[in-house]
Ligand binder design. Structure first.
Ligand code: ZN
Length: 310
């Protein structure tokens, strides 16, 4: 089925408004300019023009930060990550049983699943379409499927938890993705993930330079309301969104703004793995500002939690 660019891929509605235009790939310099359209019916924000699968494969064929490990991202990054990770594990331990069967959709290097080993999981499965990511995940002992989630041959009622960290915003149809997660979860199982928050203060302030845009890889954008509605339409219960303490998108927005005039973004000498040398310093410096945004319910990153009926 060919879906016209002006049609919402999730609900099929055509009525929409353009929210932000002339967005570029400030980090990796993939050629083109994009906009986000807000669907008048379901409220989801969809990239316009919508990339083909071939375009997307090419867009990840860069020195992509998502395939680096935390340690490779620098000591400061790792320090911040470890503090947050400790808090997150405490929360996870309350909602996922020991010996759980886990699936990480868009598992990247497999690092996140390895960090869940404190749960002594009975099964750690992952999915990623990138060959490098799959190799890295397998080297960490993750049972990794190479491909996209809709093609994953998982059995229904298999997992206690499905993770979608920084994943839904990369997909061709988030509705199909969350419906599949619901099928694969055991009754009472949890879907846990993280997405950029399009309703954040940094999004409002930085517009086309916002770090969460990340075009053309971020094909969809979410706000607390539209994400909750998406999960509830799929059949999930107990849906919650939480504003995350994360200055990633705020920091990336500043980096994008500072790098915006670089003549050749694809060969920007100041950028390695999509990041400048000052990125980690800015992460720390902007953390107090992000804390204020979080407290106002408008952080650049949000987590979500949803449960399959038990
Ligand atoms: Zn829609």
């Amino acid at each position: 089925m060919i879906v016209a660019s002006s049609t919402c891929r999730v609900c099929g509605a055509t009525e929409h408004t353009l929210v932000v235009e002339r967005v570029k790939d400030w980090e990796y310099g993939v050629e083109g300019e994009w906009a986000y359209r807000r669907c008048a019916s379901c409220g989801l924000l969809q990239l316009e023009p919508f990339p083909t699968v071939e375009d997307l494969v090419e867009a990840y064929d860069v020195d992509y930060h998502g395939y680096r490990t935390t340690a490779e991202k620098g000591r400061l990054y790792k320090l911040l990550f470890d503090v947050k990770d400790g808090l997150f594990k405490k929360k996870i331990a309350k909602v996922i049983p020991r010996g759980a069967a886990l699936l990480d959709v868009g598992c990247g290097s497999g690092e996140y699943l390895r960090r869940m080993s404190f749960l002594e999981p009975s099964r750690i499965d992952g999915i990623d379409f990138n060959e490098t990511a799959v190799e890295l995940a397998r080297s960490k002992g993750v049972n990794c499927f190479q491909g996209i989630f809709p093609d994953y041959p998982g059995e229904p009622d298999t997992y206690d938890a499905v993770f979608m960290n920084n994943y839904l915003e990369h997909t061709l149809d988030p509705g199909v993705e969350v419906e599949k997660a619901l099928r694969l979860l055991k009754p009472g199982g949890a879907l846990i993930g993280e997405v950029p928050n399009f309703r954040s203060v940094d999004r409002k302030v930085f517009g086309r330079y916002w770090g969460g845009n990340h075009v053309p890889r971020h094909t969809f954008q979410f706000e607390p309301g539209s994400l909750t509605a998406l999960l509830e339409r799929a059949g999930f219960q107990d849906v919650r969104t939480n504003q995350e303490l994360s200055s990633n998108h705020l920091t990336l927005s500043i980096q994008n703004w500072l790098q915006r005039k670089t003549p050749d973004l694809a060969a920007n000498p100041r950028i390695t793995h999509g990041r400048t040398w000052y990125y980690n310093h800015l992460l720390l410096a902007t953390a107090p500002v992000n804390l204020l945004f979080k407290l106002a319910g408008r952080s650049g990153v949000m987590k979500f939690f949803a449960r399959k009926a038990g």
